[in-house]
Write a protein that binds this ligand. Structure first.
Ligand code: SF4
Length: 364
């Protein structure tokens, strides 16, 4: 688990049977608010080559007693220090045992009347009944794929199970049961296995089409003492994860296809950094998509235009269906996006209707 400026460690004083105990709260400042984010145990029998908690790596190991975790979390929640729980674990036992321990924490919280946010990370090879159980209790369930395919995965996590059977199939099963992409997510260790951007983008497209929600990117950081640190000594730059988050959003929310990104890649299948937003780079690389006529374009065609997102595309289509789309209306809908969109739009028919409106009413 990487520690950064996003982490805070307030403490609370717990009253025990015989004495008070001060406990540090692992608070992670996510976009949705502060989360109590922790591992049930940092002990692990696996040897993932990038991980500071892998077997054989010198690290301070800690484990929560389940009853204490529940008590500390509920106290932190009651005091408003956190808005929810994110719980994962090292694989200190067989995967079913560890996933069961994680799920039982959620069960105990619900039993005690807690109705707030719970996000559980399940282990590779978790039995399907436990996946269902986790989804029954938690708002969101994740299973980390770590790498974009079995070959990459075997290179960085040789003992963690099979990528296809123990990870991907469980993740897809969770997506089928949840029937809501917002409830199922995954994570890749970006740059650990030598994968290219196109390897990642193709996986993102496949997962988006299979009902899995967000793919999170954890940029690889070499940790002294881990086997991978001596082979890959350079951390993955942050711009790469930012760029792939942009690509992920464009695929998931805008309907772009993996193949659309190919003209942007170098010989190794990587997208070089740029100061331009990825969507604008795609537009410039695909002149055959433009110009787009806002009077007739489909949702998909509108979403390809820089400056037009899903909300504005919907507003254009609605205004069009009411017969209200003229140039002034389009500019109002696009707001600050107008500057970016203008050069990619065919405004011939809309300007014509605006002129007709002027001829008819005598005003703009
Ligand atoms: S399973 Fe792998 S990634 Fe997870 S804690 Fe163990 S060594 Fe680290």
């Amino acid at each position: 688990m990487a520690w950064s400026w996003k982490w805070r460690n307030p403490s609370i004083l717990l009253e025990g049977a015989e004495r008070f105990e001060r406990v540090e709260i692992p608070v992670y400042c996510s976009t949705g608010g502060p989360l109590f984010k922790t591992l049930l145990s940092s002990g692990c029998r696996m040897d993932c080559r990038y991980c500071p908690f892998a077997r054989g790596v010198r690290a301070q190991r800690e484990a929560w007693r389940r009853d204490k975790l529940v008590r500390v979390f509920l106290e932190a929640y009651r005091r408003g220090l956190v808005r929810g729980l994110f719980l994962s674990s090292g694989l200190y036992g067989d995967p079913e045992r560890v996933s069961l321990d994680i799920v039982e924490v959620a069960e105990e919280l619900r039993r005690r009347g807690y109705r707030g946010y719970i996000h559980l990370r399940l282990m590779p090879g978790t039995p399907l009944w436990l996946v269902r159980e986790a989804l029954r209790l938690a708002d969101r369930v994740g299973l980390n794929l770590e790498a974009p395919g079995p070959g990459f995965f075997a290179e960085i996590a040789p003992s963690k199970g099979g990528w296809s059977l123990d990870l991907l199939s469980r993740l897809l099963y969770a997506a089928r049961v949840a029937r809501n992409p917002r409830r199922v997510d995954t994570q890749l260790v970006l740059g650990a296995s030598g994968e290219s951007d196109m390897d990642v983008i193709m996986l993102v497209e496949y997962l988006a089409g299979s009902g899995v929600g967000r793919v999170h990117f954890s940029p690889y950081t070499p940790v002294p003492g881990t086997p991978l640190a001596s082979v890959r000594s350079r951390p993955t730059p942050l711009w790469r994860s930012r760029q792939l988050y942009e690509a992920e959003t464009l695929i998931r929310d805008y309907g772009f296809r993996a193949r659309d990104f190919e003209p942007l890649t170098d010989d190794e299948g990587n997208i070089p950094p740029s100061s331009l937003p990825l969507k604008k780079r795609l537009a410039l690389a695909h002149p055959e998509w433009f110009p787009v006529d806002p009077e007739t374009a489909s949702m998909h065609e509108l979403l390809r235009v820089p400056g037009i997102g899903p909300k504005r595309a919907r507003m254009i289509i609605e205004a069009r269906s009411r017969g209200e789309l003229d140039l002034a209306k389009l500019r109002r809908i696009l707001g600050p996006g107008w500057r970016a969109a203008q050069r990619f739009l065919d405004l011939g028919s809309i300007s014509h209707s605006a002129l007709a409106s002027y001829m008819h009413t005598g005003s703009w």
